[in-house]
Design a protein around this ligand. Structure first.
Ligand code: UGA
Length: 450
């Protein structure tokens, strides 16, 4: 099929590349000249495992093309994805400007070709209930093109986006016409085996499904984070509880890992939006309100724990921060726990030295010279009073811990992602504080074992 993607940001680029890889002809429209040049040079403007290779392969074969010309891009299109931003306004409502602007531009271009066949406009962006219906009304009023609108929320995760896109748990399509569902079914055909993976519903149900999914996942994490308080008080292990409840098929094991708080561009935004959507119809959604409070408290509690266990005041203490990205395998720092944790540490007078394999340049834009930057975790920890691990980068589990302990002023690690091994920490001579798990305390410094 001929597919046009308006907006080659994160979602647009992954979706376009994956659709090209299952045989569709995809034209990506990007208005940002710098980004377009990168794409036309055959490079990928974002870091996402596997995307660059797949993009290059289908760009070279011509299956995937890029342009800044909407009119040329929609000429033969059967399906047009709108993958533009839907930022929140200060009052919490969604700014429809980009979506309406892009929709109108597409329709005006289509109308010029006097096509009498129907074009399906697909809204990938996460939008509040009622947005697709409004967009459809707006396009019908403002343009002459034959269009139908469907909501097709995105469920891919950063870091595994290509894999998620190629092996979706489900594809949700919201709309009002059988014809539109058939077009989408054809589009996704190779990805929806078994058939039950293709779920059709009305616009509003699809829109709310996206908010419900992200809020449910954030709730699971927050529930476990709340359990860590009890675990630490009663001497239980939150990992054992995770296995204990995750093996119940009604609960399942995913998204139950406790830590120093969830982040990213989606969970915080979508949970907050669900609170707003509820308020808009006169309902105080206490549940999503509490999820946000727990997440905020969890980051604060992490710093309080450092302060309590450090054995010296935080003012003037040197704290090495390992990991700045909101999760491993991304350079994205949006709403990352590191933003709050570093801010709290600085407010309490600590000297922060930080490192991250991918996200350091992004974080430098925020903290500039308030923080000292280190290229690697070993240098970062040298001379520090404690390490605070905030992102579960796999390479942090295999570091030369004995060597690191010997170079630190006091060998203490606060593991905000529960990703290090307690026995390894004890052997290396660390005091070790995970979250909601038994700590290793009173360890002798074993510098001579380096
Ligand atoms: C999330 C959803 O998982 C995707 O399904 C959705 O498509 C996407 O938002 C979106 O709305 O676009 P993403 O933001 O890429 O994906 O990140 P996740 O892998 O979901 O992680 C979010 C945060 O939760 C991270 O900070 C991570 O460290 C934290 N997390 C995750 C936990 O603290 N514990 C867990 O068990 C899992």
């Amino acid at each position: 099929m001929d597919v046009t993607i308006i907006g080659c940001g994160y979602v647009g680029l992954v979706t376009g590349t994956c659709l090209a890889s299952i045989g569709h002809t995809v034209r990506g429209v990007e208005k940002d000249a710098k980004k377009l040049k990168t794409l036309l040079d055959g490079h990928c403007p974002i870091f996402e495992p596997g995307l660059h290779e797949l993009m290059q392969e289908h760009f070279a074969s011509g299956q995937l093309q890029f342009t800044d010309n909407v009119k040329a891009a929609v000429k033969d299109a059967e399906v047009v994805f709108l993958c533009v931003g839907t930022p929140s306004k200060p009052d919490g409502t969604v700014d429809m400007g980009f979506l309406e602007g892009a929709g109108k531009e597409v329709c005006d271009a289509l109308a010029e070709y006097n096509n009498d066949y129907m074009v399906t406009i697909v809204v990938k962006s996460t939008v509040p209930a009622g947005t697709n219906r409004k967009l459809y009304g707006f396009l019908k009023e403002q343009t002459r093109a034959h269009v139908q609108v469907v909501s097709n929320p995105e469920f891919l995760k950063e870091g595994t986006a290509v894999q998620d896109c190629m092996n979706p748990d489900r594809i949700v399509v919201g709309g009002e016409s059988r014809e539109a569902f058939l077009v989408m079914r054809r589009l996704y055909d190779p990805l929806v085996k078994p058939e039950e993976k293709f779920l059709t519903m009305n616009w509003e149900s699809a829109e709310l499904t996206k908010y419900a999914a992200n809020s449910m996942l954030a709730a699971r994490i927050s529930f476990m984070n709340e359990m860590t308080i009890l675990c630490e008080q009663y001497g239980a292990d939150v990992e054992d509880i995770r296995k204990g409840i995750g093996s119940d098929s009604r609960i399942g094991p995913a998204f139950l890992k406790a830590g120093c708080g969830y982040g990213g561009s989606c969970f915080p935004k979508d949970v907050a939006a669900l609170e707003h959507i509820s308020r808009a119809v006169g309902h105080e959604n206490l549940f999503v309100h509490v999820i946000q409070t727990i997440n905020k408290n969890q980051k604060k509690r992490f710093v309080d724990k450092i302060e309590n266990k450090l054995g010296r005041p935080l003012a003037g203490a040197k704290i090495a921060v390992w990991g700045l990205a909101f999760k491993a395998d991304t350079d994205d720092i949006r709403e990352s726990a590191a933003l709050d944790v570093i801010r709290y540490l600085l407010d309490k007078g600590a000297q922060v030295k930080a490192t991250d394999p991918k996200a350091m340049e992004n974080m430098k834009q925020i903290f500039k010279d308030e923080v000292e930057w280190s290229q690697d975790p070993v240098t970062c920890a040298a001379g520090a009073d404690a390490v605070a691990l905030l992102t579960d980068w796999p390479q942090y589990t295999t570091l030369p811990f004995r060597k690191i302990a010997a170079t630190m002023s006091s060998p203490i690690i606060f593991d905000g992602r529960n990703c290090l091994h307690r026995d390894v920490m004890r052997d290396a001579g660390f005091q070790y504080y995970p979250i909601g798990r038994p700590a290793v305390e009173n360890t002798l410094r074993l510098k001579n074992r380096v």
